[in-house]
Design a protein around this ligand. Structure first.
Ligand code: CU
Length: 173
């Protein structure tokens, strides 16, 4: 009986060993280049110094800078951008066709909702603060000092101003 037990154990050990060997063989025969690209597809790792800041798109009031962290705001699919706003920057009431999530990275951001810009209806959002504006919700923005916020949403990202006269794309023409 004892002999049988040790035989069974030995058999199990052998089986495990060959399994491990098979697994090793499998990884060895994989194309190293291919496995790297599979593992890194969609992987983003950025430090603040890696961000490439440029002027924000013309759909936003002039003066803000934007950096794309992930995805493409102009295309369908998830994206993440950062927006740097100068002191006194305002975005008039607007909506987006998709939900917009905002995380305050630095500075203090002020957010209000409704169809009219109203200083008295602004909520102070401190660094680390987070807000979601559902699709179609009218909201407006003010940054009293310089501020960086991170916006993530599903693209394509569009801004529709409640009052068409507020649209900087119109006033620039
Ligand atoms: Cu918005």
């Amino acid at each position: 009986m004892k002999q049988l037990t040790s035989f069974v154990l030995f058999g199990a050990a052998l089986a495990l060993g060959s399994l491990a060997f098979a697994a090793e063989e499998k990884t060895k025969t994989k194309e190293p280049e291919k496995s790297t690209s599979v593992a890194t597809a969609g992987h983003v790792m950025l430090n603040p110094a890696d961000l490439k800041w440029a002027d924000a798109p013309p759909s936003l009031p002039a003066g803000a800078k934007m950096a794309v962290l992930e995805g493409d705001p102009g295309k369908a699919g998830p994206f993440t951008v950062r927006l740097q706003t100068p002191a006194g920057y305002k975005i008039p009431p607007h909506t987006h066709p998709t939900a917009e999530a905002v995380t305050v990275i630095s500075g203090t951001f002020h957010l209000g909702h409704g169809p009219k810009f109203d200083e008295a209806n602004l909520t102070e959002m401190k660094a680390g603060g987070f807000a979601v504006m559902p699709a179609g919700m009218q909201h407006f923005v003010s940054s009293k000092g310089e501020c960086i916020v991170q916006v993530h949403a599903m693209g394509p990202f569009e801004i529709n101003y409640v009052n068409p006269a507020d649209d900087p794309r119109q006033t620039k023409k």
